[in-house]
Design a protein around this ligand. Structure first.
Ligand code: UD1
Length: 380
């Protein structure tokens, strides 16, 4: 049996780990050990995702919690080193680009354990993003590179990775989406909200067959940690909500900053700007499925909207997921362009696209098959 540690740390990791855990169930060749670093720990940010995505309870939880980047990374490394020494895995699989991804790869690589990075090769080429640093560090030392699109393959080849180590197998986040679309559509709480919104914007609802509202998420430090930028955003959200209701499940980082910068009163004044608690997976997907558009700075939502062919406006100067622009329904825009771009969508001129290759709901099966055939690259 091959012992495989799978690492999950923060919210966007959970929908990537879930399909893998399901595909590994009952596997005769691979014995999975699930390690949660505890980077995200709230029920809303973690526990609810495990429950809804039917992920088994982690075998080990490092419970590192929130801290500065250096302290959080150090805590993860310290805890994960003990795990690797005790468990003696043959393989460690990390996903995405969060601090847990880079920290655990560093530990495993130094212990001579074969490391596998799912979502390798994505590059924003913006080193002011902590995620870009995590991607570069992880890909500098990982042994096996699993990618979600061919642009990631090209990035890795340009960085000198040999083609035999790169495996383009599709998108695990889309596996989770495909598996849960029906359940998400039936998620009850949001229907009440959606029904209420349909009475506000009935014309738009009839025209598009969707819900007559926009869904928003913002949590990138560059947008929400800076007071001037967050103040500008609040004004823009308010103005858009005068044309179409906006629903914003608020990330804890953004919520804290809104309070610290004293912006809650202004937000409360906008009648159709709905700030709600950050949602579980099913409710959130329900919102996205029914939205006229997404306005976001997230990575995952660019992919989910591309699969669902819903216009996505990404308020960032760059993206590590350019395939969502070349092939999908995503557009990169500036703060200043938000209002005119939303207007284009309301006028029926939103961007549409197609699904990238292998974004088909079967990526986890392909990854499991790859791992079954993997030889250990290093000696433990
Ligand atoms: C992290 C990831 C980011 C990912 C995002 C998704 C890194 C560098 N960043 O950013 O790539 O897109 O998760 O959410 O790994 N907090 C809670 N409850 C929690 C977790 C965090 O209240 O369960 C609070 C923390 O106290 C902190 C803030 O939220 O002040 C931000 O959390 P943190 O994990 O530092 O980074 P994220 O912005 O969530």
């Amino acid at each position: 049996m091959k012992k495989l540690i799978l690492v999950a740390g923060a919210r966007p990791n959970f929908m990537k780990i879930a399909p893998l855990m399901h595909a590994l169930k009952g596997n005769k060749q691979i014995c999975p050990v699930l390690v949660h670093t505890g980077q995200h720990y709230d029920v809303k940010m973690s526990g609810q995702f495990f429950e809804e995505l039917n992920i088994p309870q982690p075998d080990i939880n490092l419970e590192v919690g929130s801290a500065s980047h250096a302290v959080q990374t150090a805590r993860i490394m310290e805890g994960f080193e003990n795990v690797c020494i005790n468990e003696k895995p043959g393989f460690v699989l990390v996903v995405g680009d969060v601090n847990s991804t880079a920290a655990c790869t560093l530990v495993a690589a130094k212990l001579g354990i074969t490391t596998i990075h799912y979502e390798a090769g994505l590059r924003s080429r913006d080193r002011s993003m902590p995620e870009e640093i995590n991607r570069l560090v992880t890909d500098a030392i990982t042994d096996v590179f699993i990618t979600t699109s061919t642009d990631a393959d090209e990035n890795l080849l340009n960085e000198g990775v040999s083609s035999g180590k790169i495996h383009m197998l599709g998108n695990l986040m889309i596996d989770s989406l495909v598996a849960n679309l029906e359940k998400a559509a039936a998620s009850p709480m949001e229907f009440q909200l959606l029904n209420r919104l349909q009475t506000i914007t009935p014309l738009l609802w009839k025209k598009s067959g969707r819900g007559g509202f926009g869904v928003m998420t913002f949590h990138r430090p560059s947008n929400v940690d800076d007071e001037i930028s967050l103040k500008k955003l609040v004004k823009i959200w308010g103005s858009i909500s005068g044309k179409i209701p906006l629903i914003f499940p608020v990330h804890p980082r953004t919520y804290k900053n809104i309070q610290n910068f004293g912006l809650q009163n202004e937000i409360d004044r906008y009648e159709n700007l709905y700030f709600i608690e950050s949602l579980g997976y099913l409710q959130f997907i329900n919102l996205v499925q029914n939205a006229e558009f997404a306005l976001t700075d997230s990575g995952g939502i660019q992919e989910e909207t591309t699969y669902l062919n819903i216009p996505c406006l990404t308020v960032r100067p760059n993206t590590e997921r350019p395939i969502t622009i070349w092939e999908g329904s995503n557009k990169l825009i500036t703060l200043e362009e938000i209002e005119s771009e939303v207007q284009l969508i309301l006028d029926g001129k939103g961007k549409t696209g197609k699904k990238p290759v292998y974004w088909d709901g079967h990526t986890a099966e392909r990854i499991v098959e790859l791992i079954e055939n993997l030889e250990k690259v290093k000696i433990f």
